[in-house]
Design a protein. Structure first.
Length: 624
């Protein structure tokens, strides 16, 4: 056998081995991790509701295609329940399958761009990236969008080189799918247009019928992308005469407003903000990427700068996706940069190929470090931080949320408590000091979506007595730190009285078929901290009206906040569910309801419920 075929066979075998390792790591993580907020509270239930009813309630304001993809396996699982951490494994495997497709595309395309070694290098860095593997194991939309992004640009590259209709058709399908998955997918249209305009060797510069072929190719791309977006909505908008789905336009507008103005509560290096920092994503990449990846990418960047084709096809996507993330006011995770990551892996692959040519020992050292990082962090790559970020034990001081603690270790906590029984309080009220055995998750400890810098001041200076998978902290709080004043918020007598009144309204709601009344009860339950009632009522509304966005938002918000540990828990309620409260035997007088609502800060919600009940709603504020 000649040298060239032998090398090609070796490359294919190594590539197959890397793909197997990647899938093995993702499946392992998918199996051991608990559900995280976005999959439990939004994407999977939205997809399931749409598939079962044909009506889309909108999960976190995203278009439906990605949620349909993660929802269909859940419809086949008899254990799945809306907004519950059950039946997620199949949905996670659906994302892993897309991640595998993206890995194959990246490997083959980088090989075309920069050679065999660069292609293998790109695949190596993807398959051994703790962050990318972790998100490839979750039923969320970030890795699907990353796959569709690299597939779109790879198809665009092939179309501009060959002018073949098949590549234009695949490009249209990929662009349509990306646009119907997340709003960022829209950025691919101008990006690819810019790449084509900067490509010197496009087929239209030499083919005799290039102008006609290019025009027909662009029309084909537009028609197929248009069809895919409408197909994601079941072609229902077309039946209403909407050439552009109004729900899709609404989703794009909401995402733009969320990213540009409204923002999201975030944490970085001890600071809090609702509008983010321009330094957030540079820091996130620096501390959550293996140093071997960063080193190879720096070497590769030098080659990319010198090569026009690499600048256009690898450099531009990195700049565009990175720029969109930096200007966004939503800073909640490096996962929002995942569409950029395949191109970063490709640049690192180019760098590895250069080192293999000029300094082979250095190349092998980077490979060894990268593989060691992947093995050492598996299957908990979601909490991976490099040495400059403090590692898995100290990364919470830099970033939390989906960068570190996303509720993925709840099952590990449950297992730990089975082996260490006894009284325990989990994610209790952060403003009310308690004594005894206290366990708090990292995101809750730092006040994410909750009290912010004011959260748990009575724990911050204590050394934890144990760490559960690094993201849960156990403390033994001495009695002198316990509060001697206000009792826990959920135990206050006025709140209990009002909650029992609201639960009496729930029994009336069960005898009616009015979803609006049921939602009023759900909102009131949420306001008086009867969380299980609120979730059950929101589910009831969704069973009757699957497209009811108010009910979906309430159930989603409640589930996400519960998974992040920011509700008012007592004892083991975080793991075992909320203690039920019996409803009252009789209605409270409207004046009593108004007074109680003012004391517990639920005036508007309770007034809305009183109106729905037909009682006169007394405005407590008017008497103050």
């Amino acid at each position: 056998m000649s040298t060239a075929p032998r090398e090609a066979l070796t490359a294919r075998l190594l590539g197959a081995l890397l793909l197997v390792a990647f899938i093995g790591g993702a499946v392992w993580a998918a199996w051991v991790h608990s559900g995280v907020p976005d999959e439990v509270a939004a994407h999977v239930p939205a997809g399931v509701l749409f598939l079962e009813t044909g009506r889309f309630a909108g999960g976190l304001g995203n278009p439906p295609l990605g949620q349909l993809w993660v929802g269909w396996p859940a419809t086949l699982d008899p254990t799945y329940e809306l907004f519950e951490d059950r039946g997620l494994f199949g949905s996670r495997l659906a994302v892993t399958a897309l991640a595998l497709l993206g890995a194959v595309v990246l490997w083959r395309w980088t090989r075309v761009l920069a050679g065999e070694v660069a292609g293998l290098g790109a695949l190596l860095f993807l398959a051994t990236s703790p962050t990318y593997t972790a998100h490839a194991a979750l039923a969320t939309l970030d890795v699907p969008l990353a796959t569709l992004s690299v597939a779109s640009i790879a198809c665009a590259h092939a179309a501009v080189r060959t002018g073949r209709w098949g590549w234009f058709a695949l490009l249209g399908a990929a662009l349509g799918a990306a646009s119907a998955t997340k709003g960022v997918g829209l950025a691919l249209f101008p990006l690819i247009g810019l790449q084509w305009s900067l490509t010197p060797g496009g087929f239209w510069r030499s083919a005799p019928d290039a102008g006609r072929r290019l025009g027909c190719g662009l029309l084909l791309v537009a028609l197929i992308a248009f069809g895919v977006v409408h197909a994601a909505y079941g072609f229902v908008p077309l039946t209403r005469g909407e050439w552009i789905p109004s729900d899709w336009v609404d989703a794009m507008a909401k995402k733009f407003m969320h990213g540009s103005t409204s923002g999201h509560h975030a944490y970085l290096l001890g600071e809090y903000s609702s509008h983010g920092w321009w330094t957030y994503f540079p820091i996130a990449i620096a501390v959550k990427s293996p140093l071997s990846l960063l080193a190879a990418a720096c070497v590769g960047a030098l080659a990319v700068v010198r090569d026009r084709a690499l600048r256009v096809w690898l450099g531009l996507p990195i700049l565009v996706f990175f720029g969109l993330a930096v200007v966004s006011s939503v800073n909640i995770g490096v996962r929002h940069l995942l569409p950029m990551y395949p191109f970063l892996f490709a640049v690192a692959g180019v760098g590895l190929a250069g080192l293999a040519h000029r300094a082979r020992p250095a190349a092998w050292l980077l490979v060894a470090v990268q593989v060691a990082v992947a093995i050492g962090s598996a299957p908990h790559g979601l909490a991976y931080f490099n040495v400059f970020g403090g590692g898995a034990t100290g990364g919470h001081e830099v970033l939390v949320d989906s960068n570190y603690d996303w509720g993925q270790h709840d099952d590990a906590l449950r297992t730990y408590l089975e082996g260490s029984p006894g009284p325990v309080a989990i994610d209790v009220d952060p403003l009310v000091p308690r004594s005894g055995r206290i366990i708090v998750g990292a995101s809750a400890l730092y006040g994410l979506l909750g009290s912010g810098a004011d959260a748990y001041p009575w724990l911050r200076d204590l050394e934890p007595t144990a760490r559960i998978e690094d993201t849960w902290f156990e403390f033994d709080v001495p009695p002198e730190r316990a509060s001697s004043g206000t009792p826990p918020r959920r135990a206050r007598a006025e709140r209990v009285a009002l909650a029992r009144h609201v639960l009496r309204a729930r029994t009336l709601s069960a005898a009616t078929s009015n979803p609006r009344f049921a939602l009023d009860v759900a909102v009131a339950c949420y306001a008086v901290l009867e969380y299980q009632c609120a979730l059950d009522m929101a589910r009831d509304v969704l069973r009757k009206r699957p497209r009811h966005r108010g009910a979906f938002w309430l159930a989603s918000e409640l589930t996400a906040r519960r998974r992040l540990g920011v509700l008012r828990f007592e004892g083991r309620e975080y793991l075992d569910g909320f203690e039920p409260l019996e409803p009252a035997d009789a209605w409270l007088a409207p004046e009593t309801v108004a007074a109680l609502a003012a004391q517990v800060g639920a005036v508007d919600e309770i007034a809305r419920l009183q109106r729905a009940l037909g009682f006169p709603a007394r405005d407590a504020r008017a008497r103050e």
